[in-house]
Design a protein around this ligand. Structure first.
Ligand code: C2E
Ligand code: MG
Ligand code: MG
Length: 649
């Protein structure tokens, strides 16, 4: 491209064969029309690509016009030729800058704040002005009448070489190349491959043209590059869902990944079609494809400018420009879906679960988005209304979760802020405190104390649970190593990442501290056991073989799949503190649970005993162990031993 014109592509006598350029222009115009005729994907790399296409068409037209005028400069005023030449070389600078900008955006860097951007833009901008004002100084090029041919010859001046070689080639092209290579890891593979191919094509064309200056190949090489780019990276069709003709999930992920760097839409509406699977089963796939198409069309009739994504088979995400549009859309959807929808001759009333909010950088990548969705769906229930507005308070909570995740990540990396406390457990038969439960704590300058009830679920949902488990395991093993007098210690584990096959690592860690595995009792909650029953059983069997014991934590808090829970090889059952409630059904459940474990010969711990009455009741029911504030809150290591000393039998 620009490179071509600079490497000997422009002989002083520029009467060249430009037929290739004319053919290229025809192709390029066809590609441009096709590109603009399709659904446009609203992120800047695509916009930039569109601009680059138009610039190319203009540039190629100018280059042809320039050649034609120069060939006919015996009849055309030379001032016109010069004006076209100025514009042409000016556009060359713009063009290579656009390629550079495209790479920059693809990497995902914010153009506005980068020094590299200024370093390249400023000389390009000055160069462009200098080129554009050639008629005032003639430092870039002049025209001299050739007495033999009767037409003017193009004579490049020093400015021409400085601008096209140094500014354009040296800065823009080199910066593009360097950036492509340096950031090859952050560039999507497809884009990287395409850029390298384009540079290859341009280089080959440059060499051919240098060897044969009478042929101009810049247009051909450019058109080839553009075709390659359209096919491989800038094809908006691959981002469109085939059935609904909304953008697909891949497009949505790309959209949110770049939104941090761009002024993007933040007025979101997300909705699910309840029982979409059932609809497909009943009416068939063709009908469900038509249904999603009807929905997309309806959204477009309400607001033509809305961006519509179909992110899962039954979920749509809409992005609107402002609050007014958002509210209008919610109302329109509400009213529309109260009425039946006609699909392939069937009238169906759909249930839509919708929530809407302003995304002020609450999520800006796919992980955060997935987490946000999971959190939202588990928090809001659509029992009262199927249309829920997520207000500031909710968003603040999500932001706090993210903050906590960052803090946790940092704590785990620096090994600060997280520590263990210990709550003694009273043995009702032996009448002494012979074991305790280890509980994790997080203290942080910014948020102060954050309880595990809050941060453990966050760690689990952000994939940090495994690291926390190993932090806890290391701390508690070290504790047992320091204090051989502690008979056994109960340790909470999340095991939210069973996929990593943690048993081996667990055993290795315990072995490292040289402690008797019998002294460890791992507490597993119902949530985990019910979620991953097979993995939990494997894990328990693997570790159980080595003598490690297991306690069933928070029994009775979930009331779910109890049968499955109690068949796992637990050695202790910990009844949740909610079972100490006064309600009649709770009392009935409590008695049933106690009888159940007694008949299974599993010792029982009651958690959360706070009062004399609760202790008396535990005694009455012949409960084996009691844990709770009645005796003490969880204590730091040194306070624990003081407590144990003071409360010795
Ligand atoms: P959990 O395992 O059921 O722990 C018992 C919780 O009840 C602890 O809360 C404890 O401080 C509290 N508690 C003890 N006695 C009483 C009482 O008399 N009244 C009341 N109201 N509460 C009492 P904590 O430390 O805030 O922990 C909350 C939950 O966080 C734990 O419930 C456990 O599921 C989880 N957790 C705590 N430490 C860890 C850990 O190291 N790893 C993992 N994965 N989870 C942990
Ligand atoms: Mg526990
Ligand atoms: Mg518990």
């Amino acid at each position: 491209m620009t490179l071509l014109s600079s490497i000997g592509a422009l002989p002083s006598n520029l009467h060249v064969n430009y037929y290739f350029e004319v053919c290229s222009l025809v192709f390029l115009v066809a590609i441009t029309i096709a590109y603009y005729g399709r659904k446009k994907f609203p992120v800047s790399t695509y916009r930039l690509f569109g601009v680059a296409l138009i610039t190319l068409v203009v540039n190629l037209s100018l280059s042809i016009l320039f050649c034609v005028l120069l060939d006919n400069s015996n009849v055309v005023p030379i001032a016109w030729v010069e004006a076209v030449a100025e514009l042409y070389f000016f556009m060359q600078l713009v063009e290579s800058y656009l390629i550079f900008a495209y790479v920059f955006y693809s990497i995902g860097k914010s153009l506005r704040y980068s020094p590299i951007y200024l370093l390249t833009t400023l000389p390009s901008a000055l160069g462009a002005i200098f080129m554009f004002t050639n008629c005032l100084h003639h430092l870039n090029f002049t025209f001299v009448l050739n007495s033999e041919t009767g037409v003017y010859d193009f004579i490049p001046g020093p400015g021409f070489f400085i601008l096209l070689y140094i500014v354009n080639w040296g800065l823009n092209t080199a910066a593009t190349l360097v950036y492509t290579i340096v950031f090859r890891k952050s560039l999507p593979k497809q884009i990287l491959f395409t850029l390298l191919c384009i540079m290859g094509i341009v280089a080959v064309a440059a060499v051919i043209q240098t060897l044969n200056p009478q042929v101009i190949l810049s247009g051909v090489s450019f058109t080839l590059s553009v075709m390659l780019a359209v096919v491989s990276v800038c094809d908006p069709d691959v981002k469109v869902d085939r059935f609904s003709k909304a953008f697909n999930n891949e497009a949505f992920i790309e959209y949110i990944n770049v939104q941090r760097f761009e002024k993007q839409r933040k007025y979101y509406i997300i909705f699910d079609i309840e029982s979409f699977g059932m609809f497909s089963e009943k009416f068939g796939v063709v009908a469900s494809n038509e249904l999603v198409s009807i929905i997309r069309k309806f959204i477009e009739t309400v607001n033509k400018k809305s961006f519509i994504f179909r992110t899962t088979s039954s979920r749509f995400v809409l992005l609107l420009r402002n609050e007014k549009e958002q509210k209008e859309m919610v109302t329109a959807i509400k009213e529309r879906f109260e009425q039946p929808v006609r699909v392939k001759g069937n009238e169906v009333v759909l249930t839509i679960h919708l929530f809407y909010f302003v995304n002020n950088k609450v999520f800006y990548n796919s992980d955060l988005y997935n987490n946000f969705i999971a959190r939202t769906l588990s928090t809001i229930n659509f029992r009262d209304s199927n249309f829920v507005e997520l207000g500031q308070e909710f968003m603040d909570r999500v932001n706090r979760d993210r903050k906590i995740r960052d803090i946790l990540e940092n704590c785990l990396k620096t090994n600060t802020g997280l520590y263990m406390v210990y709550q003694p457990i009273y043995d009702m038969n032996q009448k002494c405190f012979n074991h305790c439960e280890a509980l994790i704590r997080l203290d942080n300058n910014e948020l102060g104390y954050v309880g595990p009830g809050e941060f453990i679920p966050i760690a689990e949902s952000f994939g940090l649970a495994n690291q926390i488990d190993f932090f806890v395991l290391n701390e508690t093993c070290a504790f047992l190593q320091r204090h051989p007098e502690i008979e056994s210690l109960e340790v909470n584990i999340s095991c939210a990442e069973f996929f990593n096959n943690p048993s081996e690592r667990f055993l290795k860690t315990i072995d490292n501290y040289g402690i008797d595995p019998n002294r460890l009792c791992l507490e597993i909650t119902e949530t985990i056991a019910v979620k991953y029953p097979t993995k939990t059983r494997e894990f328990m069997n693997d570790l159980g073989q080595h003598g490690i014991k297991f306690a069933m934590d928070d029994f009775g808090s979930g009331y779910s799949n109890m049968a499955r829970f109690i068949t796992l090889p637990f050695t202790v059952a910990k009844l949740d503190k909610s079972l100490l409630g006064e309600a009649v059904n709770v009392k009935v459940f409590f008695d049933a649970a106690v009888n159940l474990f007694r008949s299974l010969e599993i010792p029982i711990v009651i958690e959360g005993v706070e009062t004399e009455e609760q202790l008396a009741m535990s005694k009455n029911k012949k409960i084996d162990f009691v844990q709770g504030y009645y005796f003490t809150k969880p204590l730091k290591e040194e306070d624990l031993f003081k407590f144990l000393k003071d409360n010795k039998k």
